[in-house]
Write a protein that binds this ligand. Structure first.
Ligand code: HEM
Length: 387
């Protein structure tokens, strides 16, 4: 966080007291660095580069690049799988990117393994005692530990396969959430001011988790951001058996018949539309589309039935496949907002009506007027100077 604050301060100094920055791209670099360190104890240094020369970041950008229109060649490939041996440009790039991610991932696993072994040389291993606390070290240590039986240990390949999940799940999402939070603050200057007052009441730049947790208005702002701008807008599930989904009130189906439940058959796919749920006036009230942190002080009863793993919202999903990193994400989001809003004043450098969302599943921000630029959120940033 401090690194990003320094990068933006330098930009302000070099642009005569007001910097124009793409906060989304910078926040994504920051969250990549954070998951690199917190997840793998690995310095990805994405923020230290002026260009996008971080190999890993580039590899991910390639895989998540806007999918081009379906080419004739791709249709042929689907019909004649042997053509797969002569991949088209996009397939080739995706394969190269996967290979890069795999190579870097395997380097990280091997380095960590060597470090954990060196640390533990000579003794038996208690998987609970761990000097290094990143997720990967924990996994490797638990794996090398003498307590699990051999068939319970993961192979290097299995450990490696965890890295992309954590990198993907843990960096874009938090980057998006922080960006939308700053966007909401630019659209509500009074809320930005009130939040900054609370943040400035803390005497230190590096609050503990308990100090952060005690900031009530920050908590409300974060909850409201994750409700109104849920980074994951929808998710899918496939029924493993015939089932019935209960509904809160009867509805009329497309054949004009009143239904009291939704019947689904084995293998049916179900879309869980998180954002629609978060914006429902029936649940949240007539002001559901407004950014109102204070709503969290008196929620309507209907909200209490929303079954999310955290905070009566579905931003982190629910059930056994809910977000594994939600506590990490909340700590990161709060720390980022704390550090950045104390230091800077944010103003949107675009017409708010021009701001849109790129994805269907996710919520990458973009400008309607610049469809070719891809995801972005331009802002003007000035140092905050107390009166
Ligand atoms: C604001 C930030 C985040 C949001 C909104 C978010 C949201 C979600 C959602 C909705 C899911 C469930 C997807 C589904 O049901 O199909 C999920 C899964 C997951 N998330 Fe997050 N996430 C965030 C940050 C993180 C972070 C920081 C990490 C890692 C440290 C992480 C790790 C994971 C993992 C590993 C899964 C897969 C869990 C499984 O399949 O069992 N997430 N996340």
């Amino acid at each position: 966080m401090f690194k990003l604050r320094d990068v933006w301060s330098d930009a302000i100094d070099s642009q005569d007291g007001c910097a124009r920055v793409d906060v989304y791209q910078d926040l994504k670099k920051m969250t990549l660095d954070v998951i690199g360190l917190g997840g793998f104890g690995y310095r990805l240094q994405a923020l230290n580069r002026d260009d996008n020369s971080n190999e890993l970041e580039q590899a991910y950008a390639e895989i998540f690049a806007k999918v081009p229109p379906v080419s004739l060649y791709r249709i042929f490939m689907d019909c004649f799988p042997f053509l797969d041996f002569v991949p088209d440009e996009r397939t080739r790039k995706i394969r190269e990117s996967r290979a890069t991610i795999r190579r870097i991932g395997m380097e990280i696993v091997q380095e960590k393994k060597a470090a954990v072994r060196a640390e533990l040389a000579g003794g038996t291993v208690d998987s609970k005692v761990l000097p290094s606390k990143d997720l990967l070290t924990l996994l490797i240590k638990a794996n090398i530990a003498t307590d699990p039986k051999e068939h319970q240990s993961l192979t290097d390949e299995e450990v490696l396969s965890q890295i992309p999940s954590f990198l993907v799940a843990g960096h874009e999402t938090t980057g998006m959430a922080t960006t939308w939070c700053l966007f909401a603050l630019t659209q509500n200057p009074q809320i930005q001011h009130q939040l900054r007052q609370e943040l400035l009441s803390v005497q230190t730049d590096s609050p503990t988790m308990d100090e952060l947790a005690s900031l009530h208005y920050l908590d409300c702002v974060v909850r409201e951001t994750l409700r109104l701008y849920s980074p994951v807008a929808l998710t899918l599930r496939t029924a493993v058996e015939d089932d019935v989904i209960p509904v809160s009130k009867p509805f009329v189906n497309r054949y004009g018949k009143v239904q009291h439940e939704i019947r689904i058959a084995k293998n049916n796919r179900v879309i869980i539309d998180i954002l629609t749920l978060h914006l429902s006036k029936d649940i949240w009230g007539e002001d559901a589309l407004e950014f109102k942190p204070e709503r969290w002080d008196s929620l309507p009863d209907s909200v209490k039935d929303v079954p999310g793993v955290w905070g009566h919202i579905m931003a982190f999903s629910t059930g056994p496949r809910a977000c594994l990193g939600y506590r990490f994400a909340l700590a990161e989001l709060k720390t980022a907002i704390f550090t950045l809003v104390r230091a800077f004043d944010f103003e949107l450098a675009a017409d708010p009506k021009d701001v849109t969302r790129l994805g269907i599943i996710d919520q990458r921000p973009a400008l309607k007027s610049q469809p070719k630029t891809g995801a972005q959120m331009p802002m003007l940033i000035r140092p905050f100077v107390p009166l």
